[in-house]
Design a protein around this ligand. Structure first.
Ligand SMILES: [Fe+2]
Length: 356
């Protein structure tokens, strides 16, 4: 029988050191503050009620639908621009040799996607920033330099994405510390793949990790990631927690508590799934060293994980897209052109908050 281990959060992990890597350079580990911003006993009258109760929410119409569809079109133009043969109107070109390398999870971190014009345009949308400012009651925010998801429907040459339930927060650090999100760019209904979330899973997170904290864990490139195993999923199902497919329209902003188990599923009919991941936190959660690291990443047009303080810069050795067994020559890690940011967008880089 599994016993609950009482412990303090942020104490040194008691895990099998041989099996677990908590952060490999250039990843850094430091504490992240618990955000005292959501109280389920309160009524906010907006998206925060859903987020506090369910661990996720859909904020409707944050970006105008026509604008969201235009961003999706720009992504298609970008895909065509590699000159590999992909044509948006020709289904026979929806295959690897005609496209940048996109694995079955749809995540694109390479090819400069992190700093593409459509990515920055979505991050800089005033209403997107406003949602996070409302959530944190703080206008001084920094944004992740994270991926986009380009899951093309009708990929005959890719297996469907297997479920990979995970959370994107260190299981050793409990409490609400990060709210992740994406802006959805194309219609996404029950049959269209996309995000699945374990509804309410954030509420049982600390109890869960007390029970499972000494389980065997495989290699992790960062401590801010935890993959659920069958035993853990059964434990959650036995307590009544259920998976929910999150549906969204173009321009909706989907948010979830980083403790909430989640994964994405491949499209199952004819509609592509394009999203831009957007995760913001108050700049006060970052150290000056974080901001200096983030500035260097911005200047090199490199990316990092969802943690806006750049705790986990992309590790190119892990993310390098391979074509025919070799690094894809079409990947330069650079966007089509250097990002041109609005004042609000530039603030999100954190650079204006670096002390001289
Ligand atoms: Fe995730």
């Amino acid at each position: 029988m599994t016993t609950t281990v009482q412990r303090e959060f942020n104490e040194a992990p008691k895990l099998d050191a041989k099996a677990t890597v908590h952060a490999i350079p250039p990843c850094v580990v430091h504490d992240t503050p618990v955000l005292d911003v959501l109280d389920e006993s309160k009524t906010y009258g907006d998206f925060r009620d859903d987020l506090a109760r369910d661990g996720f929410c859909v904020v409707k119409d944050v970006v105008e639908k026509e604008k969201a569809l235009a961003y999706a079109n720009d992504i298609k133009t970008w895909l065509e621009g590699f000159g590999l043969g992909y044509k948006r109107d020709d289904p026979s070109t929806i295959r690897e040799e005609c496209l940048p390398i996109i694995h079955q999870k749809g995540l694109l971190q390479a090819y400069g996607a992190t700093h593409e014009s459509f990515t920055w345009a979505v991050r800089s949308e005033p209403a997107v920033i406003d949602v996070f400012a409302t959530l944190y009651q703080d206008k001084d925010l920094i944004c992740s330099f994270d991926a986009v998801n380009v899951s093309l429907a009708n990929r005959q040459d890719l297996p469907a994405n297997a479920a990979w339930p995970h959370q994107d927060q260190d299981p050793e650090r409990g409490g609400l510390r990060c709210v992740q999100g994406f802006v959805n760019l194309l219609p996404n209904g029950p049959e269209d793949g996309g995000l699945l979330v374990l509804k309410g899973g954030h509420k049982v997170s600390e109890e869960y990790h007390n029970v499972f904290r000494n389980e065997h864990r495989e290699f992790r490139w960062t401590n801010e990631m935890y993959l659920f195993k069958e035993t853990g999923l059964k434990w959650l199902a036995d307590r009544g927690y259920e998976w929910v497919k999150v549906n969204a329209e173009p321009g909706d902003l989907v948010l979830w508590d980083s403790r909430c188990p989640h994964y994405n599923a491949s499209p199952t009919r004819d509609i592509d799934r394009f999203v831009v991941y957007v995760c913001m936190l108050p700049v006060s959660t970052a150290t000056q060293e974080d901001l200096i690291r983030k500035k260097a990443l911005f200047e090199a047009q490199d990316g990092h994980s969802h943690w806006p303080m750049a705790l986990q810069p992309f590790i190119k050795a892990f993310l390098e897209p391979m074509r025919d067994g070799k690094p894809d020559p079409h990947n330069t890690w650079k966007p089509r052109k250097a990002p041109e940011l609005s004042e609000a967008g530039y603030k999100l880089t954190g650079i204006p908050f670096i002390k001289a």
